[in-house]
Design a protein around this ligand. Structure first.
Ligand code: SF4
Length: 328
């Protein structure tokens, strides 16, 4: 394995896809349907506990994992069993990936990380790990540990990059700048695990060109996968207040789908598109309501690409080629 998917690359176009979907990647890699089980490892976040900031990102309802209110979660084994019971009923899956999702899942001592990952992998139905974290929380000793696990199983490290623009990172109170993402990507290069990036579209003040700059940088980094969604608000966040006061405008579905199609066209064809829309439970969502229409978003995206006669990668240009174009 490498941080770029080469051996797993399949010609998704010949199968009728307009982009390389995660379920196809899993099907090819594991030979069957694989579902992720979201696991809470009891972490907090340096953007919540005051280490780099307080209050967290403007869109994040982080009360559940603020250190003062952090409640003890069920044992990992129980979370896995509950997750498998639910997913089996819905999808009839036999293999699962342990997804350490809420908060910052590398923000803790190495022995805690090792114990959590070992516990998850002790269940033979778990065929891999996905670890969600921030670019400023992946010191080399953590990457070494992730590498060690990647020698025996599939591991994807999810980095919340969101955007390459510092003004946007400041707006969201992210607590790290773009340089932190650049540095993290440099240090993950050549490792055994895969890297997946989280990207947000429709951030206040970002023009279409700024979002395409993020697309081109994402393409240049060439991670194994990318998770993309529009800016949306959940209850009990500063973003929800900003929307209520009219300070922030959210994109309409058509606008988002158009930009998403542009974004995908800039990415290389071998990059797995792990997500194309947000994922808020209906009871938590403030706006926009269309985030819940996942099927419509996907359908509109496919129709948009069909009308254009394009696919993921249609406008992808490796950095070297762009540099040559620029010099004429
Ligand atoms: S880095 Fe992640 S967990 Fe921390 S406040 Fe931001 S969104 Fe929430």
């Amino acid at each position: 394995m490498s941080s770029q998917i080469c051996d797993q690359h399949v010609d998704w176009r010949s199968l009728g896809h307009r982009y390389y979907p995660l379920n196809l990647f899993f099907q090819r890699k594991f030979g069957c349907r694989v579902q992720k089980i979201s696991l809470d490892g009891g972490f907090t976040c340096p953007n919540v506990d005051g280490t780099v900031a307080i209050g967290g990102c403007t869109f994040c309802d982080n009360r559940a994992f603020s250190p003062s209110r952090r409640v003890r979660r069920d044992a990992i084994e129980s979370q896995i069993q509950r997750g498998i019971d639910g997913l089996r009923r819905r999808y009839n899956s036999e293999k699962f990936i342990a997804y350490f999702q809420p908060a910052t899942n590398t923000y803790g001592p190495l022995d805690k990380l090792r114990m959590l990952w070992e516990t998850a992998l002790a269940d033979e139905r778990i065929v891999g790990l996905v670890i969600g974290t921030r670019p400023d929380c992946v010191p080399d000793e953590v990457l070494d540990l992730v590498d060690e696990f990647a020698e025996r199983t599939y591991v994807s490290l999810e980095l919340g990059v969101q955007t390459i623009h510092d003004a946007s990172l400041q707006w969201m109170n992210r607590g790290h700048d773009h340089a932190a993402a650049v540095e993290a990507m440099q240090r993950t290069a050549g490792r055994k695990f895969e890297v997946s990036l989280h990207i947000m579209l429709g951030l206040p003040g970002e023009t279409h060109e700024m979002m395409m700059e993020t697309a081109r940088q994402t393409a240049d980094w060439n991670p194994a996968g990318v998770k993309i969604h529009n800016l949306y608000a959940v209850h009990r966040t500063r973003l929800a207040d900003q929307i209520a006061s009219g300070e922030v405008r959210l994109m309409e579905m058509e606008e988002y789908v158009d930009i998403l199609a542009d974004f995908l066209e800039h990415l290389p064809p071998q990059m797995v598109i792990e997500r194309i829309s947000g994922d808020a439970p209906p009871r938590d969502l403030v706006a926009p309501a269309w985030v819940l229409e996942k099927g419509s978003i996907k359908q509109q995206l496919i129709e948009t690409l069909q009308k254009r006669g394009t696919v993921q990668g249609a406008r992808y240009e490796p950095k070297v080629a762009r540099a040559l174009d620029a010099t004429g």
